[in-house]
Design a protein around this ligand. Structure first.
Ligand code: M6R
Length: 365
């Protein structure tokens, strides 16, 4: 049932504040402001490294997770798309753990990667939406994302719930490894707890502007997304979302890679969507934006209040989100990215929930 929404995708985008709150309550003890002890699961204090594998949007969630596990838990992370991971013959120590991220829990390549790691003797964790799935069944530890059924082929709420779970796990791992103090944990958990409310505000605030902007975007043949740090996987997720439902060619790049190739594509016909919260990467990303502007490129800047105040560049549009801590920025910045893809596709009249050539669950290699 779509309720008041035109598509399942729209419904699922607007469900995010609620499902994220639900997911967080599974991992967070709100009274004590701490991550719950995940008994009988992977011992993050003891493992030397973590391997992560997944496909599509789930892989991009894992890529954000890599930044968090490395930053908060000082845990080295090896990550690859499952279709490469399973064949690469990665030397993985048997004392390590592996996480497999999958909405459906049935993706063929992800399952094959899981079985490969199991054979090597690694502890297996599954970050899944469908608990009664093959990937969940074959894992030692199941970390549910509790997003509820996701019908739209383009993943939205599953992505942000995967992020919420990975952030909780990384902070919990940091506590276990002594790289996050009890005080730091409290502060981070408070930020996570505020997230559902902020998401609700953002969804309402940005919608009109994004709907207008999507008319412009629907006229384009190509779109480039740029970001640094955790905004880099987000740039790739934005591009994936746009291409899969609007069929506009889009690419996500690390902002620092711009001058190593993609800058050759920049002209007035190709909008560049820059994801730039006012974090420690902001100044660097702005200088990449200047390179785009100097070549006549049209910039769509997605930033926060501090970032908007600090930018002097002329843009085609600036989407301003509230200032939030770095740990929740990826989830908050996902929202305008999803809405932009959604409204562009609606405007173009594509089959948003069932885009051509795609299946919700990819059970063949
Ligand atoms: O069910 P899974 O999470 O394993 O699916 C992985 C990908 O097929 C999936 O995320 C795909 O990329 C989505 N259509 C993206 O919106």
């Amino acid at each position: 049932d779509k309720g008041n929404h035109r598509h399942f995708m729209e419904k699922e985008i607007y469900e995010q504040p609620e499902v994220i709150a639900h997911a967080l309550s599974h991992y967070i003890d709100f009274a004590g402001n701490r991550i719950k002890a995940l008994s009988g699961t992977i011992d993050f204090a003891k493992i030397p490294s973590l391997a992560i594998s997944a496909c599509g949007t789930a892989y991009l969630a894992g890529l954000v997770g890599k930044y968090w596990f490395e930053r908060y838990a000082r845990l080295p992370v090896e990550i690859d798309v499952a279709s490469e991971f399973r064949y690469r013959e990665i030397p993985l120590p048997s004392e390590a753990a592996a996480l497999f991220i999958s909405q459906s829990g049935e993706t063929a390549d992800t399952l094959a990667s899981l079985r490969y790691c199991k054979e090597l003797g690694l502890k297996i964790g599954a970050v899944v939406n469908t608990r009664e799935s093959t990937i969940a069944r074959e894992s030692d530890a199941v970390f549910p994302i509790l997003a509820g059924p996701e019908i739209g082929v383009a993943s939205t709420k599953a992505f942000t719930c995967q992020l919420a779970v990975l952030a909780s796990l990384a902070i919990g791992a940091g506590r276990a490894r002594g790289t996050v103090s009890a005080e730091e944990e409290q502060v981070l958990v408070r930020y996570l707890a505020e997230m559902p409310r902020i998401m609700g505000q953002v969804l309402n605030a940005v919608q009109p502007k994004i709907e207008l902007l999507s008319r412009e975007l629907s006229k384009c043949r190509d779109v480039l997304y740029l970001g640094r740090g955790t905004s880099f996987p987000l740039a790739m997720e934005g591009a994936l979302k746009l291409k899969e439902i609007s069929y506009i060619h889009a690419e996500g790049y690390a902002a620092g890679e711009l001058k190593h190739g993609p800058i050759a594509l920049i002209d007035e016909n190709m909008p560049v969507i820059v994801i730039a919260p006012h974090d420690r990467f902001y100044e660097k990303t702005v200088s990449n934006m200047q390179e785009v502007a100097a070549r006549g490129g049209r910039i769509i800047l997605i930033t926060d209040e501090k970032g908007a105040a600090a930018s002097k560049l002329e843009t085609m549009a600036t989407i301003v989100l509230p200032d939030v801590d770095e740990v929740i920025a990826p989830m908050i910045f996902s929202l305008p990215i999803q809405l932009l893809a959604y409204h562009t596709a609606v405007f173009m009249g594509t089959d948003v929930d069932q885009p051509r050539n795609l299946a919700k669950s990819v059970t063949v290699e």
